[in-house]
Structure formats: structure tokens, C-alpha cells
Design a binder for this molecule. Structure first.
Ligand SMILES: Nc1ncnc2c1ncn2[C@@H]1O[C@H](COP(=O)(O)OP(=O)(O)OP(=O)(O)O)[C@@H](O)[C@H]1O
Length: 228
């Protein structure tokens, strides 16, 4: 674990859909530049944890802060503006818009003192060359893997300090998972923090500093190491 002060601090997080309680007292931290994986089965509560961080579900916590700012009272758009990028499981690409137009919608200026160059279209296309080759293609005419890259790229161009990724390898070809893994490793090397939900930890092997396991809405300690 990094010795830097945590960027994301979560202590005793509970979350609900309506009357149904889904998360029970989750505590975790993500330090600047750290990559943390949250693994667990279908329905364990991984997506809900990310949604709770950005305020898309009803939640309560002893502490839920980002860079020292309390997230609990803030609306989702204000949380995003603090520097949290979110790539949802369903990607939410605008299928009628082109790659470039989708990216334009994700633009957000870097926060003052962010300490790294702002993301540009060129930088994003350098990270994901396929996207550069299809910049005028509509989202609906892209493969699942290409859409996944676009979803990550769109989050990046918002200049986040922490990227929340919900199952980035789901439904995409193994070769795309490899490409995504390499891209995420490069992003981590720039100092970006990552919190990645995955049903299995293949993508996270060699990338994530820590792997946490969630079961039935509770953290159950570190996940077993993946087989070599
Ligand atoms: N919109 C919703 N309304 C009610 N219950 C929900 C809703 N979304 C998820 N749940 C329930 O919350 C629990 C946790 O779901 P969550 O999506 O967080 O799981 P997950 O670990 O991300 O798994 P998956 O990979 O299937 O998305 C499950 O029991 C699920 O049925």
C-alpha cells in the first residue's frame, strides 16, 4: 500500500436501492497513483460501490471523501468535477454521435494544480490508436471493445485524478483486454489512481497494487492471488 495520503477515503459505507440494503459498512482507501481492484461474483455489490462513490444510489458513510472533500452532500456532477471519472458497465456511448463528438462531450478542464498536462484528443488517440483511426465513425458502428476504449477515453478527457472502471473487460475479446491492460498500466504510470471492478482479476494481475474481495455487499479481505 502506498504511503501517500489517500485520495479516496471510504469508511463504513452503506448503500440502498429503495428499501433494499445492498452495501454493509465498506471501508477502503485509494492513494494517489494506486490501482485497486474490487473483485467478486455477479451481484456482490461492485457496481453499487462505484455508484455510491459518485452519488448515483442512496448511501451513508462515516466517511466518504475525495482529496479531503466530503462527497456525501454533493450531486454527481459536482463529484465528477472534483476529478473522479466513471466508466459504467454499460459504457453509455452515444451511438448516434461519432467518436470525436462522444469525446467532445466528455471534455472538462483540469483542476487547478492537477500537476499533469491536460488530456487532448491527440493524446487520447495516441493511447488508443484504433479510436484515432475511426474518429468520424458513429458509436453504434463500433465493436464492444472499441466502445469500451471510447468510454475510457471519454472519461480521461475529463482530466480525472481517479478513474472508476466497472468491469472494463466484460464482453470484449481477449486481445482488447490485453490492450486495455496496457493502456491502464500507462495511465497508472502517469499518476492516475484506478479503482477497477472485475468479476475475475485477470485484467488486474500485474496492474493492481491491491485486490479486495466483496461478497454479499461486504468486504471480505484481500482476494486470493490469481494463479500464475
Ligand atoms: N437498480 C437496482 N435496483 C434494485 N436492486 C439492484 C439494482 N441494481 C443492482 N441491484 C441489486 O444489488 C445487488 C448488487 O448489485 P451490483 O450490480 O452492485 O453487483 P455487481 O457485483 O456489480 O455484479 P454484476 O457484475 O452482476 O453487476 C444485487 O443483488 C442486485 O440484484
Amino acid at each position: 500500500m502506498s504511503t501517500l495520503a489517500p485520495l479516496l477515503e471510504m469508511e463504513g459505507l452503506d448503500a440502498w436501492y429503495g428499501e433494499a440494503k445492498i452495501l454493509f459498512g465498506l471501508s477502503l482507501q485509494v492513494a494517489p497513483g494506486e490501482a485497486v481492484a474490487l473483485v467478486g461474483r455477479n451481484g456482490a455489490g461492485k457496481s453499487t460501490t462505484l455508484k455510491a462513490i459518485i452519488g448515483l444510489v442512496r448511501r451513508r458513510a462515516r466517511r466518504l471523501s475525495f482529496g479531503g472533500t466530503d462527497l456525501i452532500p454533493l450531486p454527481t456532477h459536482a463529484i465528477a468535477r472534483l476529478g473522479i471519472g466513471y466508466v459504467p458497465e454499460d459504457r453509455r456511448i452515444f451511438t448516434e454521435l461519432t467518436v470525436r463528438e462522444n469525446l467532445d462531450l466528455g471534455r472538462r478542464p483540469p483542476r487547478p494544480g492537477a500537476g499533469r498536462a491536460a488530456w487532448t484528443l491527440e493524446a487520447v488517440f495516441e493511447l488508443f490508436p484504433q479510436l484515432g483511426d475511426m474518429r468520424e465513425r458513429r458509436g453504434g458502428q463500433m465493436s464492444g471493445g472499441e466502445q469500451q476504449m471510447l468510454a475510457v477515453a471519454r472519461a480521461l478527457i475529463g482530466n480525472p485524478a481517479l478513474l472508476l472502471l466497472d468491469e472494463p473487460s466484460e464482453g470484449v475479446a481477449p486481445i482488447v483486454v490485453e490492450q486495455m491492460g496496457r493502456a491502464l498500466a500507462r495511465l497508472k504510470a502517469t499518476g492516475l489512481s484506478l479503482l477497477i471492478c472485475e468479476e475475475n482479476s485477470d485484467l488486474c494481475a500485474g496492474l493492481c497494487d491491491r485486490v479486495l474481495r466483496i461478497e454479499q455487499g461486504e468486504l471480505r479481505g484481500p482476494a486470493p492471488a490469481p494463479p500464475p
